[in-house]
Design a protein around this ligand. Structure first.
Ligand code: GLU
Length: 348
C-alpha cells in the first residue's frame, strides 16, 4: 500500500500533513457528508451470491484525490470489497490499448441500452453487445484482453489496476468461485456471442477472466485513485505512473458518462454530471476531468444497483461545488479554495 506521507512516528512532515488534511475545509465538508448520510439505511445489500451479503450496512467511506495528488478521506476508506462492474470501464481501456479503437468498436458498441445490466440483448443489425458496461459487452471486452493463457491475462489486468491505484490487488477467491459457479446467465450470453462471432474460442477462459475482474478487491481510496488517474489524463497523480495511453482516456470516460450507472445513467448525468461507474459491491468511482477523482463505498444499493449513500454524496458534491461537467456557473463553494487548506496528502 502506498504511504504517500511516510508516516513513521516522529516524522514531523507527515504529522503536519496529516493535521493539515484533517483540519482542511474540504475534509471537514466530506466529514459532514458522512454524518449527513450515515443514517440513510434504505436499500439492500447485493445477495445474488452469499459472499456479498456479508457486507455490513453501516460501512461508509468517501475519498477524494485531486489531480495534483492531494488525498482527502473520511469513514471506511480502507475497507476492502469487490470492484464488480466498476472493473468494466478499466478493462475497456486495456482492450483499446491492446487492439485500437476500430477493432474494439467492431466487437462492442458504445450505445446505452435502457435495459438492465444483465439483459441478454445484442444489436440486431451488427450482433454487437450494446456497450462495455453491460455484462454482454463487458464479456466481449474481456475476451479482447491479450495474453498467452488465463494466468497471463489476469496478471495484465491486475498490473493495470496497480498502475491506476499505486498498490497490488488481490482476487477475493470465494467471490470469484461463487460468481463462476452461479453465472449461468453470463455464460449464456458468452455462448450467444460466440454464435455471432463476437467472442473467440476461449469462452471459458474469458468467462473466468470476467468473473476474476469482478472479484478484485479494492477500497474507497482505490476508487478515488482510479478516477483521479482518468481525471489526470491517464497518469496516476501520486506515483506519476501512466496507467492508460492518453488517447484512450476520452473513450473510457465517455462511456462512463453515458452508460456507467446502470439503467440510471441518464438521470445521473442530468443530476450529477460526472463520468462515473458503480458496482454491486457498493462502490462508485466518479471524476471531474482535470480536477478530481471521487471514490465512495456503501453497500446499500437502490433498485437499479447503485449505492444509495454514494449517489447522495456525489449529488451534494456536484451541487455544492458546481462540478457538473456542463455547468457554466460556479457552485456555492469554490473547490480550489476549499482544498487549499491542505498543503499535502492525507495520512494514508
Ligand atoms: N459480477 C456481476 C455479474 O456479472 C457484476 C455485478 C455488477 O453489476 O457489479 O453479474
Amino acid at each position: 500500500m502506498s504511504n504517500t506521507t511516510g508516516s513513521g512516528m516522529g516524522d514531523l512532515q507527515s504529522l503536519t500533513n496529516s493535521i493539515t488534511a484533517v483540519t482542511s475545509p474540504f475534509r471537514l465538508y466530506l466529514s459532514d457528508l458522512l454524518q449527513k448520510y450515515q443514517p440513510l439505511d434504505e436499500g439492500a445489500i447485493a445477495d445474488y451470491i452469499p459472499e456479498l451479503a456479508l457486507a455490513l450496512p453501516e460501512w461508509f467511506g468517501i475519498c477524494a484525490v485531486t489531480t495534483v495528488g492531494q488525498i482527502f478521506e473520511v469513514g471506511h476508506c480502507k475497507q476492502l470489497f469487490t470492484i464488480q462492474s466498476i472493473s468494466k470501464a478499466f478493462i475497456f481501456g486495456l482492450a483499446l490499448e491492446d487492439h485500437g479503437r476500430e477493432y474494439v468498436n467492431s466487437k462492442v458498441s458504445v450505445e446505452p441500452t435502457g435495459e438492465a445490466f444483465n439483459s441478454i440483448v445484442l444489436d440486431e443489425a451488427t450482433n454487437r453487445p450494446y456497450n462495455p458496461m453491460v455484462n454482454a459487452g463487458a464479456i466481449a471486452t474481456a475476451d479482447l484482453i491479450k495474453g498467452n493463457n488465463g494466468t497471463e491475462r489476469l496478471k495484465r489486468v491486475l498490473d493495470m489496476f496497480k498502475r491506476y491505484t499505486g498498490r497490488e490487488h488481490d482476487i477475493n477467491v470465494p467471490v470469484f468461485l461463487s460468481e463462476r459457479a452461479t453465472g449461468f446467465r453470463n455464460r449464456a450470453m458468452a455462448y450467444l456471442m460466440r454464435n455471432f462471432g463476437m467472442v473467440g474460442d476461449n469462452i471459458d477462459e474469458t468467462l473466468d477472466l470476467y468473473f476474476q475482474q469482478c472479484s478484485i478487491m479494492v477500497n474507497a481510496h482505490d476508487l478515488a485513485m482510479l478516477a483521479a488517474t482518468l481525471a489526470n489524463g491517464g497518469i496516476n497523480p501520486v506515483t506519476q505512473e501512466r496507467a492508460i495511453q492518453e488517447q484512450y482516456v476520452q473513450d473510457v470516460v465517455s462511456v462512463m458518462l453515458t452508460c456507467g450507472m446502470y439503467d440510471a445513467s441518464g438521470e445521473w448525468t442530468y443530476r450529477v454530471g460526472m463520468p462515473a461507474k458503480s458496482g454491486v459491491g457498493g462502490g462508485i468511482t466518479a471524476l471531474v476531468p482535470g480536477q478530481l477523482g471521487i471514490g465512495t463505498f456503501s453497500p446499500l444499493l437502490d433498485a437499479k444497483g447503485n449505492s444509495l449513500r454514494g449517489l447522495k454524496v456525489c449529488e451534494d458534491l456536484s451541487r455544492d461545488f458546481g462540478l457538473h461537467i456542463f455547468n457554466a456557473a460556479t457552485g456555492d463553494r469554490n473547490l480550489e479554495e476549499w482544498i487549499a487548506g491542505s498543503n499535502g496528502t492525507d495520512d494514508w
